[in-house]
Design a protein around this ligand. Structure first.
Ligand code: GAP
Length: 449
C-alpha cells in the first residue's frame, strides 16, 4: 500500500480539523476538561496513547534497535540541582519577561514590538505603556524533594532529558563497552514553565522528548553533525511526511542555545507556518567539561590506540515526541471522495497508525461472532487490532479511515462457507478475498511490518 500522502488537500487542513478529530476520536483531550481545562495541558486518549507510543517506538527502532553504536537510557526526572547549576540552565535557561503594571499581565519582551504610531511598546492586553523593564524568568519548574520546603531541598523537574546522558557518561562507557563514535538515546517527559504555550500540543509545559547525545572525536564533529541532520530529516520522510512539508533552518548566531556551537532545526509546515520539529546541535565538549569541573570526575575517553585522554564532542538530535505526533497527524489528514461520498482519511504510515487493522463482522448476528473472534485472535499477537460490530459496514469503514487504520478485515456470511475474509485497503478502498489461514501473512505483508 502507499504510505506517502500526496498532500492533495492538505492545504485545507486547519488546526480546528486536527483538534476536533483528536477530541472526537480519542487522540488528544484537553486535560481536566470537567474543571474547565488546565493551562495548555493535554491527555492522550485511547487512540492517542497508541499513536504516541508508535512515534516513540519508531524513533527507538531507527536510533537504537537498527544500530550497533547507540545504547539506551532512562534517567530520573527529579535529580540533583547541581546538574542544572553545572549545565548552565539555572543561569541561562530563561526568557526575558515584562510585567504590565496596569493589568498585571506578563509578556515575553522579545515578542513585543513598538507601535509605529508612537514608537512605544503597548501591553497587548490593555494597551497600557506602563511596562516594567525586562527580567530574566527561569523556565524550570521548581519543587522540593522531601517534606521540608527550604533551600536545601530545592529540586527541579528536568527541562530536557539531556543531562541524564552526560551525568551517566562514565557509567555507560564502562558498562556498554562502546567507544566514540557512540550515542546514548533517551525518551521521556520534560517540563518547562513556558510563558506562551499554545498551538495545541506544539508548545506545552509538560511534553515528551526523544533525544540522543552522540559522542565523537572532536575533529569528526562537523561531519557527524551533517550526518545526523540528514538522517533525522529522512526519518520523517520515511514515516510519510512529504518532503515539501519539511525544511532545514540553521540557527543565527544570536539564537543559539548557551551550549551550542551550531544548531540546525528541522522545520515542519504547520497550518500557521513553519515551526521547529527537532533541533540538531553541536554541543561541543561544553556539557562534559562543565560536569567534570563541577563534580571533580574525569569525564573523558581514553583512546588506547593513541594513548590519549580526550573529552568527546557531542552531536545532539533532539526531537519532541508529542510535537512530532501532531505533525504526523497534520501531514496525514486528507479529505477525498469515495463512490460519490466525501470522507476524511488519515493516511498514516502503518507503523504510526493507532491500529494496524480492524476486524469487522458484517453483522452482529451470532453466527459471525465466533469467526470474527478467531480472526482477531490470529492478528492480535502481531499488531494492535480494533474490533467493531456496531452500525453499518460503510460507517465502520469511514470511522476506520478517519482514525487511519490501514486495513479492515471483514467477516461475512460467505466466510462461514469459504473460510475467507475480505481485506479492505484504507488508501485505495480496494477489497480482496483472503483465506483465514493466510490472513496474518497477507496483512503483515501489506503493512510492510
Ligand atoms: N536538549 C536540547 C533541547 O531540549 P530544544 O530545541 O529546546 O532542545 C528539543 O527541544 C525539541 O523538544 C524541540 O524541537 C521540540 O520538538 C520539543 N519541545 C521543546 N519545547 C517544547 C514544548 N514546550 N512543548 C512541546 N515540545 C517541545
Amino acid at each position: 500500500m502507499s504510505h506517502h500522502p500526496t498532500r492533495l488537500h492538505a492545504m485545507s487542513v486547519s488546526m480546528d480539523d486536527i483538534v476536533r478529530l483528536s477530541k472526537q476520536r480519542g487522540f488528544i483531550f484537553p486535560s481536566a476538561e470537567i474543571y474547565g481545562g488546565f493551562r495548555s495541558t493535554y491527555d492522550y486518549g485511547p487512540l492517542g496513547v497508541l499513536m504516541l507510543r508508535n512515534v516513540k517506538e519508531a524513533w527507538w527502532r531507527s536510533n537504537v534497535q537498527l544500530r550497533h553504536d547507540v545504547v539506551g537510557l532512562d534517567a530520573a526526572i527529579l535529580s540533583s540541582p547541581k546538574i542544572w547549576e553545572a549545565s548552565g540552565h539555572l543561569k541561562n535557561f530563561t526568557d526575558p519577561l515584562v510585567d504590565c503594571r496596569n493589568c498585571k499581565e506578563r509578556w515575553r519582551a522579545d515578542h513585543l514590538e513598538a507601535d509605529p504610531a508612537d514608537g512605544k511598546i503597548h501591553c497587548p492586553n490593555c494597551g497600557s505603556t506602563d511596562l516594567t523593564e525586562a527580567r530574566a524568568f527561569n523556565l524550570m519548574f521548581k519543587t522540593y524533594a522531601g517534606p521540608v520546603e527550604d533551600d536545601a531541598n530545592v529540586a527541579y523537574l528536568r527541562p530536557e532529558t539531556a543531562q541524564g546522558h552526560f551525568v551517566n557518561f562514565l557509567n555507560v562507557l564502562q558498562t556498554s563497552r562502546k567507544r566514540p563514535p557512540f550515542g546514548i538515546a533517551q525518551i521521556g517527559k520534560s517540563f518547562r514553565n513556558e510563558i506562551t504555550p499554545g498551538n495545541f500540543v506544539f508548545r506545552t509545559r509538560e511534553f515528551e522528548q526523544m533525544e540522543m547525545e552522540f559522542f565523537v572525536p572532536p575533529a569528526d564533529a562537523p561531519s557527524w553533525h551533517q550526518y545526523w541532520i540528514d538522517t533525522r530529516r529522512q526519518w520523517y520522510v520515511d514515516l510519510g511526511i512529504p518532503e515539501e512539508m519539511l525544511r532545514l533552518r540553521p540557527h543565527e548566531a544570536d539564537e543559539l542555545s548557551h551550549y551550542s556551537a551550531g544548531t540546525t532545526d528541522i522545520e515542519f509546515d504547520f497550518p500557521w507556518g513553519w515551526g521547529e520539529l527537532e533541533g540538531i546541535a553541536n554541543r561541543t565538549d561544553y556539557d562534559l567539561k562543565a560536569h567534570a569541573e563541577a563534580s571533580g570526575e574525569r569525564l573523558e575517553y581514553f583512546d588506547q590506540s593513541t594513548g590519549e585522554h580526550y573529552v568527546p564532542y557531542v552531536i545532539e538530535p533532539a526531537a519532541g515526541a508529542t510535537r512530532a505526533m501532531m505533525a504526523f497527524l497534520i501531514a496525514a489528514y486528507q479529505t477525498d471522495t469515495v463512490g460519490g461520498e466525501s470522507r476524511t482519511v488519515l493516511r498514516l504510515h502503518p507503523r504510526l497508525a493507532a491500529y494496524q487493522a480492524a476486524v469487522l463482522p458484517l453483522s452482529r448476528k451470532e453466527t459471525l461472532i465466533p469467526m470474527a473472534n478467531e480472526v482477531l485472535d490470529l492478528l492480535q499477537p502481531h499488531m494492535m487490532v480494533d474490533y467493531d460490530e456496531t452500525q453499518s459496514i460503510g460507517r465502520r469503514y469511514r470511522r476506520q479511515d478517519e482514525i487511519g487504520t490501514p486495513l479492515c478485515v471483514t467477516v461475512d456470511f460467505d466466510s462461514l462457507e469459504d473460510h475467507a475474509v475480505t481485506i479492505r485497503d484504507r488508501d485505495t478502498t480496494e477489497q480482496k478475498r483472503v483465506a483465514i489461514a493466510d490472513v496474518v501473512t497477507e496483512v503483515k505483508a501489506r503493512l510492510g511490518l
